[in-house]
Design a protein around this ligand. Structure first.
Ligand SMILES: [Zn+2]
Length: 246
């Protein structure tokens, strides 16, 4: 069985054919798709989707650049809503320094979110674009244990720190054509590997909509890199998911 720990199936890209796509996923043995929320509207849509489709499991979050734009009241209320609605994980959350408008505000709320995930004893699915150093430091300072680094694009020198913390890397299906992710797979112990797509983004086929259907191909690529057979790698990654999330 396969798992996609990071997708955005609530996005309009999937509006017209979600039921059909999910039935194809089921046929391909994709048993769990964790859909990650980015703001209050997205979180509510994901809650509804998870009640309709058994394949979809909810992660509720607040995307770092949206945190810069929302009021304290909205964010604090949303964190209470997240706690009350018991998601499988908290995500997508983290820090983003690509074009930050108020990085201090991101840090302030990411701390609150880390503490909430600890209190709820559920994993954090973490975005760390161009802020990998700061993200690792905050998670370490607050002793976060259940952590998934989503689509990690930081320096190679940071891999070791993350591995030593016992956190996991979710490898995007883009691994089939991006060498940096292949190197990340090579550097990571197999029991710290998970799979994701970030659908509709990061398609391994240029300019196409990505979907969880690209997961089996990614597992085959990861198995090849680790010199294992595909079925064993599939089982191992699914066990990694179960150990961390269930
Ligand atoms: Zn994402």
């Amino acid at each position: 069985m396969f798992v996609d720990v990071h997708a955005h199936l609530d996005f309009p890209d999937f509006e017209n054919d979600l039921a059909e796509l999910l039935s194809q996923c089921k046929k391909q043995a994709i048993s769990t798709i964790i859909v990650n929320g980015v703001d209050p509207a997205s979180n509510r849509k994901i809650l509804a989707l998870s009640n309709t489709y058994p394949l979809i499991k909810p992660a509720f979050g607040f995307y770092p650049t949206h945190i810069e734009e929302e009021s304290d009241e909205v964010i604090d209320q949303e964190l209470q809503w997240i706690e009350a609605n018991k998601p499988l994980a908290i995500g997508e959350v983290g820090l983003d320094k690509k074009e930050p408008k108020n990085f201090e505000r991101q840090v302030f709320y990411f701390k609150k979110i880390i503490l909430l995930a600890k209190k709820m004893n559920i994993p954090l699915i973490v975005h760390s674009r161009k802020a990998e150093r700061e993200t690792i430091d905050l998670l370490t300072e607050l002793h976060a244990k259940k952590v998934v680094m989503h689509c990690f694009s930081g320096k190679k020198s940071l891999y070791k720190e993350i591995i030593e913390q016992g956190w996991s890397f979710s490898i995007p299906s883009l691994v089939s054509r991006v060498e940096q992710f292949q190197q990340l797979v090579m550097a990571t112990p197999t029991n710290q590997l998970l799979t994701e797509t970030d659908s509709p983004f990061l398609s391994p086929t240029k300019d196409e909509r990505n979907s969880p259907l690209t997961i089996p191909q990614a597992v085959a690529v990861i198995a090849g890199l680790k010199k294992m057979d595909t079925t064993s790698m599939e089982e191992l990654i699914f066990q990694n998911f179960q150990r961390l999330f269930l």
